[in-house]
Design a protein around this ligand. Structure first.
Ligand SMILES: NC(=O)c1ccc[n+]([C@@H]2O[C@H](COP(=O)([O-])OP(=O)(O)OC[C@H]3O[C@@H](n4cnc5c(N)ncnc54)[C@H](O)[C@@H]3O)[C@@H](O)[C@H]2O)c1
Length: 326
């Protein structure tokens, strides 16, 4: 872990940031960047973007405070600039969070490139679209890579750092150092793959969750309840491999595979049909509406942040590190 002086020095290199697209993810990054003393220029054509971002700053306040970060008066370092070229012109770092559309991202980087400073670090929050694909219309993509957060980025630690074919190794080092200095847990992927790692895992679980609702095995809220009281709790502490290592007996994964490996291998080959058609989507929406859907989303978000902070604090306490890193 970098010392607080080291973190301040790293963040000193990125005083001027530009957040492109300030919806769910961009507004949350904006809150975190501002809380770490960075200047943020928001580029988003939405007419009510200022109100949206300011509401997000208010909503994120209690979470930032719990993380030991400044949470008031953050907008002193916030500026809105609807023109892309002007928005990126002075940036040391750009975090892109626009629509998840490969053409759009390619055009964006191509348009931004002539206005960018040579040293600017270019990070895309994309959930699935690799940097090599995004860079197709750029002349020099050596500073472009993926910095994929988990919602909300101002709270969830993981950032998947995924270089493209043209990304320079120093840009990877810089991205890891930057996210680490923000208190994140950056993890570099060795290869580009659509959906990266965490979303591929989520997709596999979501597929099975939809299948179980499709088949009427459980309702939406029953499924959520089963997850939070079992694998959700387990996976905050151990990943699937180390969990099964402990589930395998004295020889860990070796005995786990001896006992269950054959059946597991067979079951991997049986992939049930899930048709997430309008009918199934409506069933999921209706079941959610009859259950947790009655709670206003801001109230759910507040409880989510409070509960996740409590878990993070408890885990940090166990590791003897104190509850926060700031
Ligand atoms: N929502 C998530 O859970 C999540 C998690 C991690 C990563 N992501 C990724 O982050 C990115 C943004 O996702 P989101 O959920 O915040 O979407 P969103 O729809 O909430 O926000 C997208 C924003 O981009 C803006 N935008 C549209 N055209 C633009 C333009 N020409 N210039 C600048 N801004 C423009 C929109 O006005 C909107 O505010 C996507 O690439 C997505 O895959 C999303």
């Amino acid at each position: 872990m970098t010392s607080s002086d080291g973190r301040a020095a790293i963040l000193g290199r990125y005083q001027n940031t530009c957040v492109i697209g300030a919806g769910v993810i961009g507004a949350s990054w904006t809150a975190l960047f501002l809380a770490h003393g960075l200047k943020v220029v928001v580029n988003d054509p939405q007419p009510d973007i200022e109100g949206f971002v300011r509401t997000m700053l208010d909503k994120a306040g209690p979470t930032l405070k719990a993380l030991g970060l400044p949470h008031q008066g953050l907008d002193a370092n916030l500026r809105f600039e609807a023109d892309l070229e002007r928005a990126v012109a002075g940036a040391d770092l750009v975090q892109e969070n626009g629509p998840e559309n490969p053409q759009w991202k390619q055009d964006l980087w191509a348009r931004a490139e002539p206005a960018l400073q040579k040293h600017a670090l270019l990070l895309s929050s994309s959930s699935a679209r690799p940097a090599t694909e995004q860079a197709r219309k750029m002349k020099d993509a050596s500073r472009l890579l993926i910095g994929h957060p988990f919602n909300p980025p101002h709270l969830i630690p993981l950032v998947e750092v995924v270089p493209g074919e043209h990304t320079a190794p120093e840009a990877v080092t810089d991205a890891v150092a930057f996210y680490d200095a923000l208190g994140k847990v950056p993890r570099v992927l060795k290869k580009e793959i659509q959906g990266f790692v965490a979303n591929r895992l989520q997709r596999a679980i979501m597929r099975e969750a939809c299948y179980l609702v499709q088949e009427g095995v459980v309702t939406v809220d029953e499924l959520d309840d089963i997850v939070t009281s079992s694998i959700g709790l387990r996976w905050a502490v151990n990943g699937p491999f180390s969990s099964f290592h402990m589930g395998g007996g004295p020889k860990g994964l070796e005995s786990f595979f001896q006992h269950l490996g054959k059946n597991m291998a067979k079951s991997f080959k049986v992939i049930p049909e899930v048709d997430l058609d309008e009918k199934l989507q409506q069933r999921i929406v209706d079941q959610a509406a009859a259950s947790f859907g009655k709670t206003p989303i801001p109230q759910m978000e507040r409880r989510r942040d409070d509960a996740q902070l409590a878990i993070l604090g408890a885990l940090a306490g166990l590791a003897g590190e104190g509850a926060t890193r700031s």
